[in-house]
Design a protein around this ligand. Structure first.
Ligand code: ADP
Ligand code: TRP
Length: 324
């Protein structure tokens, strides 16, 4: 039996953080043997917020290096950038014409963006449609994402169903994949960790940056001897990602009994995050030197993704009556 298709994207919009890592990037690495995988860089999506060619190019190259540093194997996966598959923009237009405005207005990400700034661009509004095109054009089965993107994957399913109903069976219905315990990684202020909230711990942070980020984690004012509820603590939420089972039990016990202050808890977290990040950072430094290799990987992945997309579009154009 042929392997199922796994696809997910990470935008080139600055440095990735541990929320991106546990929510999405790690999944792509862990599943690369089992699935036919398409990790990609949604540069067209990034255009909704990035308006500097220099930043776009730099961050696109960086995302490739980041993925390689955490163990994605370019021999096993098809790593590509979205703009190398221009067919998605064509498919988006077709989807635009079968999707209603009231439906799109229900997207959480759109509502959040609009609440912050009424002057948002049309790209932000039709963002889920482009994402549906990314997913459906490759016949994706599984889309690993954090909780914030789950609704977008459900919208892709809805759009596929609607297209199939109108024009006949064409698209596979994709499923999102959320890994329990890492659906929403909290940032240093307890909100969802996000580049746009300035509450991140970067995935390739230097030791002193890790200290600074962890020291800024918000806590309440309980003293060392006070009993603390681990589930209420932003530091403890991150211990869950970086501690061994035994260590986590021990920390939990000392939180509840009293005797562990937030300073000590942060010191343990700093050490564990530093130990976790150090090898990734070292690996990343080795790859940084090889710019040519990065370009080659994207080119190869792009050719495969584009070929599959073009095959799919032949069927779509036929179904909607664009090819004579
Ligand atoms: P950001 O919110 O920092 O801009 P992106 O939107 O680029 O992050 O997210 C890229 C991927 O990482 C998506 O699959 C998203 O769901 C996941 N992700 C982002 N932040 C988190 C988080 N705090 N916890 C879990 N997953 C996350
Ligand atoms: N919207 C996703 C994010 O912000 C990125 C993305 C674009 C994506 N196209 C996708 C993710 C297709 C999964 C599948 O994180």
């Amino acid at each position: 039996m042929s392997k199922q298709i796994l696809l997910s994207g990470l935008k080139p919009t600055g440095r990735p953080h541990i929320g991106n890592y546990f929510g999405m990037m790690k999944q792509m690495v862990d599943m690369q043997d089992e699935y036919e995988s398409f990790p990609f860089i949604p540069d067209l999506h990034a255009l909704t917020s990035v308006q500097s060619a220099e930043d776009m190019k730099r961050d696109t190259i960086n995302v490739v290096i980041d993925f390689l540093a955490i163990g994605l194997d370019p021999e096993k996966v098809n790593l590509f950038k979205q703009s190398d598959v221009p067919q998605v923009a064509e498919l988006m237009w077709i989807f635009n014409c079968i999707t209603t405005m009231p439906y799109l207005m229900r997207a959480h990400a759109f509502k959040d963006a609009e609440a912050k700034n009424k002057d948002i661009n049309v790209g932000v509004f039709s963002y889920p449609i482009l994402m549906a095109a990314d997913i459906l054009i490759q016949d994706s089965d599984i889309v690993p994402v954090g909780k914030d993107q789950q609704q977008h994957v459900e919208m892709a399913r809805d759009i596929a169903e609607k297209f199939n109903r109108i024009f006949g069976e064409t698209f596979k219905l994709p499923k999102s994949k959320l890994v329990s315990g890492v659906e929403v990684i909290p940032g240093t202020d307890g909100q969802k960790m996000s580049k746009s909230y300035g509450n991140t711990i970067e995935l390739f942070a230097e030791d002193d940056e890790i200290i600074k980020a962890v020291m800024s984690i918000h806590t309440d004012s309980k003293g060392i001897e006070d009993s603390k509820d681990p589930e209420e603590c932003n530091i403890f939420a991150l211990h869950k990602l970086f501690s061994s089972e035994d260590e986590l039990m021990e920390i939990k016990k000392r939180y509840v009994e009293g005797g562990m202050g937030y300073k000590e808890s942060k010191d343990i977290l700093i050490k564990n995050i530093q130990d976790f990040i150090r090898p990734l950072r070292e690996k990343r430094k080795e790859i940084v030197e090889d710019h040519e290799k990065v370009i080659d990987i994207l080119k190869k992945g792009g050719e495969i993704a584009r070929k599959r997309a073009e095959e799919k579009m032949k069927d779509v154009r036929e179904k909607v009556g664009l090819s004579l």
